[in-house]
Ligand binder design. Structure first.
Ligand SMILES: [Fe+2]
Length: 261
């Protein structure tokens, strides 16, 4: 069977129009530059996994802007919400990209879950989401599983971000390790690359399509790193090849004096 090619793009922080910026970087322009880089890499037909914080303040206009941009670039996309999103507004405005949280990809299955909670930046897996994972694993039984969610269940080495990691990760980990067919977990939120292990499970966090957070920082700080994305090749024997790419020559650069986001 064929290898499944996916591209993860995360933490777009789109605003209501093209003038919106985060840390001095125009978020629509940087997202479109990432789409171009993905195409230049020969992955223009990959299905996109958009792993949350697609809007900066859950504005309906931001989701409509995303819908039209994805259409203009003829993309297939699967999305999940982050702490800056509202899943109902996403579903209402991403009209050409209906919610899909249990996806049959052939030899592989994709499970997405919502790790956000109202009015808090940190991650939590609700009982409803735990049930969703349990049912999804049953639906996709016999396949290798990729799980995607916004928040990390692990510390990434930034004290301020590590306070926001999923606060009940153990319940989810027990559920995922029960069957042995979950092969990788991908997350967003931390605006930086992180490759690690959550117990036996490989876990990957991915740079934002706009600005990156400084690695190993106690407090909020931006990094000089440019916009980025992650590619994933899911092979039919259950192995995963993945890597992160950063844009080359993208301007404007982030404003490193930015004190919050
Ligand atoms: Fe986030």
């Amino acid at each position: 069977m064929d290898t499944i090619h996916l591209t993860q793009i995360t933490d777009l922080h789109l605003g209501t129009d093209a003038s919106a910026t985060l840390g001095g970087v125009p978020t629509l322009a940087s997202f479109e530059a990432v789409l171009q880089a993905v195409a230049d890499q020969g992955r223009g037909t990959d299905t996109l996994l958009l792993t949350g914080d697609l809007a900066s303040h859950c504005q309906p206009e931001a989701y409509r802007l995303l819908n039209s941009t994805l259409n203009a670039h003829q993309k297939q996309a699967i999305w999940l919400p982050g702490n800056h999103d509202d899943s109902q507004l996403m579903a209402a405005n991403l009209v050409n990209f209906p919610p899909r949280s249990v996806v049959d990809l052939g030899a592989w299955g994709l499970l997405t879950l919502d790790s956000s909670q109202p009015n808090k930046p940190g991650g939590h897996i609700s009982d409803l989401q735990l049930q969703h994972v349990e049912q999804g694993l049953q639906t996709l039984a016999g396949k290798y599983i990729l799980l995607a969610m916004h928040h990390s269940p692990l510390p990434v080495g930034c004290a301020w971000l590590d306070k926001q990691q999923i606060d009940n990760q153990q319940q989810l980990q027990e559920l995922l390790s029960r069957q042995g067919n979950v092969r990788a977990v991908i997350t967003g939120h931390v605006h930086q690359q992180f490759d690690g292990h959550w117990g036996q499970l490989p876990i990957y966090s991915t740079p934002s399509s706009c600005v990156q957070f400084k690695q190993h920082s106690e407090d909020f700080a931006l990094s000089e790193q440019p916009p980025g994305y992650r590619w994933l090749d899911l092979h039919s024997d259950g192995t995963v090849h993945t890597g992160v790419e950063f844009l080359r020559g993208f301007a404007p650069h982030p404003n490193l004096d930015c004190a919050s986001y």
